[in-house]
Design a protein around this ligand. Structure first.
Ligand code: IPM
Ligand code: MG
Length: 373
């Protein structure tokens, strides 16, 4: 019997609640001693408290071994402001995605997104696909340094520094916005290393670095140069690289050419959705946000508010995310068991949610998986 774990439980809202209920049915079937600690997070806390990720939840997460997260509704900034309770309106509160904040607060720099085509899944693009996406998870376009409107001193500084920027000098400050893309050597090094370490541990043959270094020379160039250095520490693993636009075509043309992909944050966001679609769509897109102190595991789909509470969506993405959590906790045997049970249910094909062409509910699917444990 394993040690007793503390697991943060963050359903969020929308179908996040449905899929976490399903996930619990599976986890409860395992010989895993765990205390599940609920955390408030989601749209209702934004509306009532002006914070979708209240401080009490952040404090709770400081004291757990790992957490499962469902999904959260996000709305455009202006609409979010209007949905605040009247007492909080006009106070300059800005809605920011809680999952992006958790990644930054807890320095969850590895986003791990395996994309595996399980045998018998009618939604597989091709049978046999088995790709693992490593997405940098804390910096790049997600660093949160953004300006709208642009402060005059920043405009002046940029005009001094760059003549390429001069076309914007003719615009009024409120006619453009700036979002910074910031990448660091340390941030690039650690995600690339995570990809290579995974390849070594799981006997994967190739790591492909995804970038756009031909155009975005400073930050993407840094990412690619860092990869070339890191690769020297892993001589047994082949490394190649691809421009992000080209990889979207090549992944469709021949997905079997790819093994482990390592991407900067924004490109990883995009490429991992493509990867999920190759193996059945977002109902199969599992993910782990992993740092040195905690891992937070979540399906990569959104909150799908129109399906909330209908127990209709596919919980497999979440159940496979729980498998990633078990691996992270060092309970790899239990992780294997969960994956085996999922694979068996998919192969048998009797229990299928609507996305797979069936009529089974979220809970039917979870029970079918749990019965095989
Ligand atoms: C993801 C999602 C998030 C992201 C959203 C919900 C903020 O798309 O986890 O891939 O952009 O990272
Ligand atoms: Mg995404």
């Amino acid at each position: 019997m394993s040690k007793e774990y503390k697991i943060g439980w963050l359903p969020g809202d929308g179908v996040g609640v449905d899929v976490l209920d399903a996930c619990k049915i599976v986890l409860d079937k395992l010989p895993l001693k765990a205390e599940y600690i609920h955390g408030d997070v989601g749209w209702e806390f934004w509306c009532k408290e002006g914070d979708a990720l209240p401080i009490r939840t952040i404090e709770m997460l400081k004291n757990v071994d790992a957490a499962m997260f469902g999904a959260i509704t996000s709305k455009p900034v202006k609409q979010a402001e209007q949905e605040l309770i009247p007492e909080l309106q006009g106070k300059g509160l800005t809605y920011r995605s809680p999952i992006v904040r958790m990644r930054q607060i807890f320095d969850l720099y590895t986003c791990l997104r395996p994309c595996k085509a399980y045998e018998g899944n009618p939604l597989n693009y091709r049978d046999g696909i088995d790709i693992v996406v490593f997405r940098e998870n804390t910096e790049d376009m997600y660093c949160g340094v953004e300006f709208n409107p642009v402060p005059a001193e920043l405009r002046d500084l940029l005009n001094q520094l760059s003549k390429n920027f001069s076309p914007f000098a003719k615009l009024n400050l409120d006619e453009y916005a700036i979002s910074c893309k910031i990448n660091t050597k340390k941030g690039s090094d650690r995600i690339i290393r995570a990809g290579f370490e995974y390849a070594r541990k799981h006997k994967r043959k190739k790591v492909t670095i995804i970038h756009k270094a031909n155009v975005i020379r400073a930050t993407e160039g840094l990412f690619l140069d860092t990869a070339k250095e890191v690769a020297k520490d892993y001589p047994e693993i082949e490394m190649d690289d691809a421009n992000v636009d080209a990889i979207t075509m090549w992944l469709l043309k021949n997905p079997f050419n790819y093994d482990v992909l390592v991407c900067p944050n924004m490109f990883g966001d995009i490429v991992s959705d493509l990867g999920a679609q190759l193996v059945g769509g977002l109902g199969f897109g599992c993910s782990g946000n992993i740092g040195l102190k905690i891992g937070i595991f979540e399906p990569s789909h959104g909150s799908a508010p129109k399906y909330a509470g209908q127990y209709k969506v596919n919980p497999i993405a979440t159940i496979l995310s729980a498998k990633l959590m078990l691996d992270y906790l060092g309970e790899e045997e239990l992780g294997k068991e969960v994956e085996r049970a999922v694979a068996e249910v998919i192969k048998e094909g009797k229990v299928r949610t609507y996305d797979m062409g069936g009529t089974s509910s979220t809970i039917d699917m979870a029970k079918a998986i749990a019965e095989r444990l």
